[in-house]
Design a protein around this ligand. Structure first.
Ligand code: FAD
Length: 487
């Protein structure tokens, strides 16, 4: 096995060489304006320094958009779910996905892994441990020297003239950062928060219930009866974690009679879907969205085996939970037809909502944001309220005003998370689509900045005066800057 530090240093040198060969990143070119009273303006503020934030920031830098900044409210190294709230033992994805490579081989996960642990270890690796994935993402951010700040939260965004005012909070103090574009790479948890089924009493929180994607004090559940609602990956891994950490029982309640069998998302993880989805007619998108939503994805078999191995695990298929309420120190679950079950703690593994009104950063703008329900009416039988709530986004992940006459700079806000799924496909959701999504986002933002800055671009072009013919008999100094074209 190579020395880890040496291996990674050599890998960093390979990345530097690849960037050099590709001429990346180019010099900054947008004509970033100053704000009122000379306040500094960013061309793009990227919120979220997880996998998608890193990819977005890198892709923008690779387009020569350099007045950018990425921020995350989490401390450095703790962004995203991987080493905080993700409770699977390894990633669900196969190991050979390139990661946040943006077409550069030395930036792939495999290149990083081999540099750190050796090629033989790569051959032996079954699936990627969560902590390795987190370490890899951090390495990409550092090796590309992305401009980033941790411990900074975006509270809300407000229109500010033709720009955006991002209200940030750092160390308890608020400040405003002006930007021309805002990219919300705020992850699964950032699309509207955990989805809580109707009938689950909010008064159960925090002592008797938790959302499966939140921090949970499992040590406090030792010896207790834990109920888990949901049959997806998060539900299974929470049940297993509770038992591994000493819970007496983990009872999982699943609405379906049979678990979903096939992960259709895998079947759609190819360049056709990634590149082509955005331009499909809405009716075609909807048909496939409704189909995959109805089928749902199965839990990974590793998570199922993990839970089944543990004493105290029980799965109740075909058992929808109609309500849950506080009964003294315990939780009473209403299973319908007069049946009840008791638990000491409830964990919801029911996924995340997608709802602009529940995204605190843009909630105030939500009534002005177009959603699928505003723009598309499905045929009878295909109505799906959850899909209708998705924002209707433009081709660069930008929000679109509900009223076309609305002058608010909504189209400067780009939703680069799973909320983009209906409009743009799985290129802001999971690992396979990350490079395609970042490339699309950066391409569209760069094109818009250029169009907006065209007067400055023209002026710079006219002032550009690199004397190609200097030293030849045909050098004409008076024609260098902005002179009329020679005929
Ligand atoms: C448990 C779990 C397991 C998963 N496993 C896989 C898998 O195996 N394979 C796969 O392809 N996909 C997987 N996914 C899906 C997806 O890849 C992950 O959700 C991934 O984290 C998405 O990356 P992201 O950058 O979009 O979001 P995140 O990694 O969640 O990063 C978002 C960041 O934004 C920050 N943030 C949010 N709001 C603000 C704010 N207002 N101000 C400042 N910072 C903010 C957060 O602190 C966070 O660090 C998994 C998802 C989960 C939840």
């Amino acid at each position: 096995m190579p020395d880890q530090a040496e291996g990674l240093a050599a890998q960093a040198a390979r990345v530097a060489r690849d960037l050099d060969l590709l001429g990346l990143p180019p010099a900054n070119w947008p004509a970033t304006p100053a704000g009122p009273d000379g306040a500094p303006v960013l061309d793009v503020l990227v919120v979220g320094a997880g996998m998608y934030g890193i990819a977005a920031t890198a892709a923008l830098a690779f387009k020569g958009v350099r007045a950018i900044r990425m921020l995350d409210r989490a401390p450095e190294g703790l962004e995203g779910p991987w080493v905080t709230t993700a409770r699977m033992q390894t990633l669900r994805s196969p190991k050979h996905l390139p990661g946040v490579a943006l077409g550069i081989p030395s930036l792939t996960f495999r290149a990083w892994y081999e540099a750190r642990f050796g090629a033989a270890a790569w051959e032996r690796l079954y699936k990627i441990p969560n902590a390795d994935w987190q370490a890899y993402l951090l390495w990409v951010r550092r090796v590309l020297r992305l401009p980033a700040a941790n411990g900074v939260a975006l509270r809300r965004v407000e229109p500010h003239g033709g720009m955006l005012a991002a209200v940030l909070e750092e160390g308890g103090a608020e400040r405003v950062q002006l930007c021309r574009h805002l990219v919300l790479a705020t992850g699964r948890a950032g699309t509207g928060g955990p989805a809580r089924p109707e009938g689950i009493d909010p008064a159960l929180w925090p002592d008797l219930a938790a959302d499966g994607g939140a921090a949970i004090d499992f040590a406090a559940l030792r010896g207790k009866r834990v109920a888990v609602i949901g049959g997806g990956p998060i539900a299974w891994d929470n049940a297993a974690t509770a038992l591994e950490q000493g819970a007496a029982r983990a009872e999982m309640y699943v609405r379906r009679q049979v678990l979903p069998q096939v992960n259709k998302g895998r079947g759609a993880a190819h360049p056709g879907f990634f590149e082509g989805w955005a331009t499909l007619p809405p009716a075609e998108k909807w048909r496939i969205l409704a189909y995959t939503q109805d089928l749902q994805a199965p839990p990974p078999h590793e998570s199922v085996h993990r839970a089944l191995r543990l004493p105290g695990f029980a799965l109740h298929l075909g058992t929808p939970v109609r309500g849950a309420r506080r009964c003294g120190d315990a939780v009473c679950l209403d299973l319908g037809e007069g049946r009840e079950a008791m638990a000491d703690f409830l964990i919801l593994g029911t996924g995340y909502a997608v709802d602009p009104a529940a995204m605190p950063e843009i909630a105030a703008l939500a009534p002005r944001i177009a959603r699928w329900g505003d723009r598309y009416t499905p045929p009878p039988g295909l109505e799906r309220p959850e899909l209708a709530a998705f924002p209707w986004l433009g081709e660069g992940f930008e929000l679109v005003p509900r009223d076309p006459a609305d002058a608010a700079p909504l189209t400067r806000i780009h939703l680069f998370n799973h909320a983009a799924f209906a409009s743009l496909g799985a290129i802001a959701s999971d690992i396979p689509g990350v490079s395609v999504g970042a490339e699309r986002l950066a391409h569209r933002i760069a094109a818009r900045l250029f169009a907006e800055d065209i007067a400055a671009m023209r002026a710079r072009l006219e002032a550009f005066a690199e004397p190609e013919l200097q030293g030849t008999p045909f050098f004409a100094a008076d024609l260098l800057a902005g002179g009329p074209p020679a005929r």
